[in-house]
Design a protein. Sequence first.
Length: 67
Amino acid sequence: MIDSDHTLILGYGEKVFAILRELCEANKIRREPVIVILSEVEKEKVENAVREYGSTGNTRVIVRQVC
């Protein structure tokens, strides 16, 4: 995957959604913002949690699992 000018969140835990909320708010003025969550937790579990979290506005959230 090639992406530039993105924000990387290392790990997944209880504080991710507070961070995600703040980053999505800050990204409202950016064009095509991307946040990548890199975690040891199952990719599907994190994706489902992000989906349940709700709208991320114009921010695209990508989840990757570390093996």
